[in-house]
Design a protein around this ligand. Structure first.
Ligand code: ZN
Ligand code: ZN
Length: 482
C-alpha cells in the first residue's frame, strides 16, 4: 500500500514538473496594444514580446515590479507618462553602507531577476516633482537586481526634485546590479535637492546612479544637472560603484563603452567630496575591471560654486527664443517637434509620433471583398518599398433603382458594382414566391368563391326545372284520369 502511494506521488510530481517546464518554454505573450502592455503589471512574472510600436498618449503608466522577460522585438514605445513612484521599496546603501527603504520609478520601477531587451524608448519624459522621501529614477528601471538589460535605447529627460536623504537619477537604471549590455542612452538627467538645510547623499550617472552593474558595449550621451546640499556622487557611466551588502565580493566589468557629454553640478557642503568623473564618481570597492582602455570618453566636469540657483538645462540662457521645426517620422524612426533656441542653440524634442511607412491610396488586390467577407489588399511603401497587406471592407449593397433611360454613354460598371449587381440578381429569387403568396392565393380564393356561386345558381335552376316538370306530369296524369 505504501509503495503504491509512493508511486502515485512520483507520478503526480512528474506530471507537475512537466507542466511547469512547459510553462517556462511556452511561447511569449504577444503585446499589440497599450492596454495589453499596461496589463503586464497584473502578471509581472510572464514572458512578453512586443509585436508593434506603441503610442501611450493618454495612458497613465503604472510603477510596478517586473520579474519576467520583456522582449521589445526592436519596437518603439513613445509618450510614456508617469505620475508616481513605486509603492514597493527596496533597500539601498550609501557609501557608509547605511541602508534606506527607497522608492523607484522607470519604465519598470523595479526589475527583480528580470530580462528586458530590444526595446526603444525615445522621448522619455519622466519628471517626479517635490518628492518627499528616498527615491531613484532610471530610464529602463528605477532599481534592478540580478537582471539583464540588453539592446535597449532611451532618450529624453529624467528629472527628480526631492526632499530626502538618499536619491539619484540614472540613464538606464537608478540603483542596482545585473548586466547592462549594448544599450544606448541620449539623456538629460536632472536632480535637484529641495532641502538646503540637511545633508544628503545624491547620485547621478549616464548608465547607473549607484550600484555594481556590469556594463558592456553601451553608447551614452549625457547632459547632467545636479544641485545638492550634501554629498555628490556623479559619473559619466556610474555615480558611485558600490558592491553591497557589506562583505559581499564579486568580480565585475565595465568595458567597451563610449561616453560623451557633461555634468554640471554644485555641492553645497563644507565637508567637500564633489565626486564627478568621466567614468565612475566614487568607487567603494574595486571589484571590477575596465578591461584595459576599452572605454572611450569625451566628457566635461563642470562644477559650480553658486548654491542659490538650481542647475537646469537651458537655465543660463539670457534671452530664450525658440523656433519649432517639425521632423517627420520616417519608415524607421519616430517623428517629433524640435525646439531650437535661436539665442544659444539649445534644443529640445517633444510631440513624438510613431515611425510610419508612406503608403499610397492605391493597392493591389490579393483577394476581392464580397458583401459578406473582407478582401485583402497589398500596399507598397513609396519610401522603402515595404509591402503590407490590409483587410479591405466588405462591399455595401447598392439599392436597385429602375434604370433611367439616358442618351449619355454609360461607363462600364466597376468591379464592386458588378459584384453588387450579381448579388442583387440572386437575391431577387424570392420575388416569384412573394408574388404567389400575395396575389396568387387571394385570386384563387376569389375564383373558388365565384365558382361556388355559379354552382349554387345552377343547382337552383335545376331544382326549379325538376319541380316544374313534376307539376306538369301531375297535371297530365290528372287530365288522363278525368
Ligand atoms: Zn537659449
Ligand atoms: Zn517604408
Amino acid at each position: 500500500m505504501k509503495s503504491l502511494r509512493a508511486i502515485l506521488i512520483l507520478i503526480l510530481m512528474t506530471v507537475f514538473a512537466t507542466a511547469s517546464a512547459s510553462a517556462d518554454d511556452a511561447a511569449p505573450v504577444e503585446i499589440r496594444t497599450p492596454e495589453e502592455l499596461i496589463a503586464i503589471a497584473d502578471n509581472p512574472e510572464g514572458n512578453y514580446v512586443l509585436m508593434n510600436d506603441l503610442d501611450l498618449t493618454g495612458y497613465d503608466w503604472p510603477s510596478f515590479t517586473f520579474k519576467g522577460t520583456f522582449d521589445g522585438n526592436g519596437h518603439t514605445i513613445i509618450n510614456i507618462h508617469w505620475t508616481k513612484v513605486s509603492d514597493e521599496t527596496q533597500v539601498t546603501y550609501d557609501g557608509n553602507r547605511k541602508t534606506y527603504d527607497t522608492h523607484f520609478a522607470g519604465f519598470f520601477a523595479i526589475l527583480d531577476h528580470a530580462t528586458v531587451k530590444n526595446v526603444r524608448l525615445p522621448g522619455v519624459d519622466l519628471f517626479v516633482e517635490n518628492y518627499e522621501g528616498d527615491c531613484f529614477l532610471g530610464g529602463i528601471a528605477g532599481y534592478a537586481t540580478e537582471s539583464t538589460i540588453e539592446n535597449c535605447e532611451v532618450s529624453g529627460t529624467i528629472r527628480l526634485d526631492v526632499t530626502g536623504k538618499m536619491f539619484g537619477v540614472g540613464g538606464i537604471i537608478g540603483y542596482g546590479n545585473g548586466v547592462i549590455k549594448n544599450c544606448k542612452a541620449e539623456v538629460t538627467l536632472v536632480n535637484i535637492d529641495l532641502d538646503a538645510k540637511n545633508r544628503d547623499e545624491e547620485f547621478l550617472g549616464g548608465v547607473c546612479a549607484a550600484g555594481y552593474p556590469d556594463i558592456d558595449g553601451c553608447e551614452i550621451q549625457i547632459s547632467g544637472f545636479l544641485s545638492d546640499h550634501g554629498y555628490v556622487h556623479s559619473g559619466g557611466l556610474v555615480g558611485m560603484y558600490i558592491v553591497y551588502p557589506k562583505a559581499f565580493k564579486r568580480d565585475g566589468y565595465i568595458k567597451n563603452n563610449k561616453l560623451t557629454g557633461f555634468i554640471t553640478f554644485f555641492e553645497d557642503n563644507t565637508n567637500r567630496r564633489a565626486y564627478c568623473k568621466e567614468s565612475y564618481g566614487e568607487v567603494m570597492d574595486w571589484y571590477f575591471t575596465t578591461a584595459g582602455d576599452s572605454n572611450k570618453y569625451s566628457f566635461k566636469r563642470d562644477e559650480r560654486k553658486k548654491y542659490d540657483v538650481n542647475l537646469l538645462p537651458h537655465g543660463e540662457c539670457k534671452n530664450p527664443d525658440f523656433e519649432e521645426t517639425k521632423v517627420e517620422a520616417t519608415c524607421q524612426d519616430p517623428g517629433y517637434t524640435l525646439h531650437t533656441c535661436k539665442t544659444c542653440g539649445y534644443t529640445e524634442k517633444d510631440n513624438y509620433v510613431l515611425s510610419a511607412h508612406h503608403f499610397p491610396e492605391t493597392y493591389e488586390t490579393i483577394t476581392e471583398s464580397t458583401l459578406t467577407t473582407q478582401g485583402v489588399g497589398e500596399y507598397t511603401c513609396s519610401e522603402c518599398g515595404a509591402k503590407i497587406r490590409k483587410a479591405l471592407p466588405t462591399l455595401t449593397p447598392v439599392p436597385t433603382a429602375t434604370p433611367v433611360p439616358t442618351t449619355e454613354p454609360t461607363e462600364a460598371p466597376s468591379k464592386a458594382t458588378t459584384d453588387t449587381i450579381n448579388e442583387s440578381k440572386s437575391g431577387s429569387g424570392v420575388w416569384p414566391y412573394l408574388l404567389i403568396f400575395f396575389i396568387g392565393i387571394p385570386l384563387g380564393v376569389i375564383a373558388a368563391l365565384l365558382y361556388r356561386r355559379h354552382r349554387i345558381k345552377k343547382l337552383k335552376r335545376l331544382r326549379k326545372a325538376r319541380r316544374a316538370q313534376a307539376a306538369r306530369a301531375a297535371r297530365l296524369h290528372k287530365e288522363s284520369d278525368d
